[in-house]
Design a protein around this ligand. Structure first.
Ligand code: ATP
Length: 208
């Protein structure tokens, strides 16, 4: 299991996370919620090893394969959807597995082989999600992955995501209470650091 022990993150003089302690279940979804600026993305960055805690520590990350769908997507703009996904997969994974996944999240075949910079925001978000989930990462951070998806396509994306998340440690940043219920997630609500220190007791262990 992954555990955060009194983790504080400061960007220069600004405190983004203040003394956060929590345990993430090994298998299952932790939904990180809270207002803008509460530190949700920062928590994801810490778990991915992209931002070191200013103090405190995170245990349980050693040896984990990690993947993410970033809020700002971070796709390789000049590459196609298929190439973006294949970049993170072993060569042995067949192209058809990638196109099947893109199909499952509702990305039209005409969008598979053109540079992703020519795709719409919702199409690009689908590519980022498939890139995060197509491989075998043990820990997956999904930062507002369903933003901007049309209502008709959203259900298919959610269903495919839930299927792909099974057995992994998943951190889902979301503003949508419906997502918490859909993924039967354990909610980890964050409050902006300037609203006071995080309660010292573990927010998630609930006596486990
Ligand atoms: N690179 C950075 N440099 C300086 N301050 C930053 C940086 N990234 C985030 N912050 C600050 O850290 C705090 C937490 O930001 P963060 O993006 O983690 O919040 P969030 O909960 O994900 O917000 P949102 O819901 O708007 O995505 C904010 O006050 C933000 O201004």
């Amino acid at each position: 299991m992954i555990a955060l022990h009194d983790v504080t993150v400061r960007y220069g003089g600004r405190t983004a996370l203040a003394g956060l302690s929590a345990v993430l279940p090994r298998s299952g979804v932790t939904a990180v919620t809270g207002p803008n600026g509460a530190g949700k993305t920062t928590l994801g960055r810490v778990l991915l090893g992209l931002v070191p805690p200013s103090s405190g520590r995170v245990t349980g990350l050693d040896g984990l394969r990690r993947a993410a769908a970033f809020q700002d997507l971070r796709l390789c703009e000049h590459l196609s959807a298929v190439a973006n996904v294949r970049l993170v997969l072993p060569r042995s994974v067949r192209a058809v597995a990638v196109t099947d996944a893109l199909d499952c999240v509702g990305l039209d075949g005409r969008a598979w082989h053109v540079p992703v910079r020519t795709l719409s925001g919702g199409q690009r978000r689908r590519v980022a999600l498939v890139r995060a989930l197509a491989g075998d990462a043990d820990l997956v951070v999904l930062d507002e992955p369903f933003t901007g998806l049309d209502a008709a396509g959203r259900d298919a994306v959610l269903a495919w995501t839930r299927e792909r998340l099974e057995g992994r440690t998943v951190v889902l940043v979301t503003h949508d209470p419906g997502d918490v219920a859909f993924f039967a997630a354990t909610e980890l609500p964050l409050v902006p650091a300037d609203a006071g220190p995080w309660p010292p007791q573990n927010a998630l262990d609930g006596g486990r």
